[in-house]
Design a protein around this ligand. Structure first.
Ligand SMILES: [Ca+2]
Ligand SMILES: [Ca+2]
Ligand SMILES: [Ca+2]
Length: 186
């Protein structure tokens, strides 16, 4: 009987040891498989997906636009999650005696699925003018395709002599910069 009791005690110890080993193995397995506790406290067996990588590509065009006329751009752009289209211009400075009235541009952009956005702005006197149009497809992306852009100098305000309103210099044109910035997450 004693021997049997001793044996039973010994086998109980083995069972406890086995359980301890299993717990240790499971913990180590979790560590290597990448299991982790998420914020809610439940266990996930797979690691979180890699964060998306940001890809960027740019195009820049410069032009000299005559008053009342347009320049069209037909472009094939990359796959993009967000497309920023920026038109900027600086009205000519005719010197301290002259005040050059604002130039007013419009920018119209059509994407590959025929969505169109149009903005029209004039510069403050003596300052840079700017139009920004943003196409945001997040969390999706627009496939590579044809975009059309239309830059129009709607009006080029003329220069007038300060204090002599009837004396002017014609302003018939304006230089501009058109920038396209495509951002994609993959
Ligand atoms: Ca003019
Ligand atoms: Ca002007
Ligand atoms: Ca001008």
């Amino acid at each position: 009987m004693r021997i049997k009791r001793d044996n039973r005690g010994y086998s109980d110890k083995i069972e406890v040891l086995m359980i301890a080993v299993i717990v240790l193995v499971v913990n180590v397995a979790f560590f290597y498989v990448g299991g982790y506790f998420n914020e809610k406290g439940s266990v996930t067996l797979f690691p979180a997906p890699d964060p998306l990588v940001r890809y960027e590509s740019n195009m820049t065009f410069e032009g000299n636009q005559s008053e009342g006329n347009s320049t069209f751009y037909n472009l094939t752009l990359n796959k993009t999650s967000i497309c920023y289209i920026n038109l900027s211009w600086e009205d000519e400075d005719h010197g301290g005696m002259w005040e050059n009235e604002p130039d007013r541009f419009s920018l119209e952009v059509t994407d590959p699925i025929n969505e169109t956005e149009r903005e029209e702005e004039e510069n403050e006197i003596g300052k840079e003018g700017r139009i920004e149009i943003i196409f945001d497809y997040q969390p999706y992306s627009m496939f590579p395709g044809n975009w059309s852009l239309n830059v129009t100098l709607e009006e080029a305000g003329d220069s007038w002599a300060v204090g002599v309103p009837s004396v002017g210099i014609e302003d018939n044109y304006c230089n501009y910069t058109l920038e396209i910035n495509m951002v994609d997450f993959r």
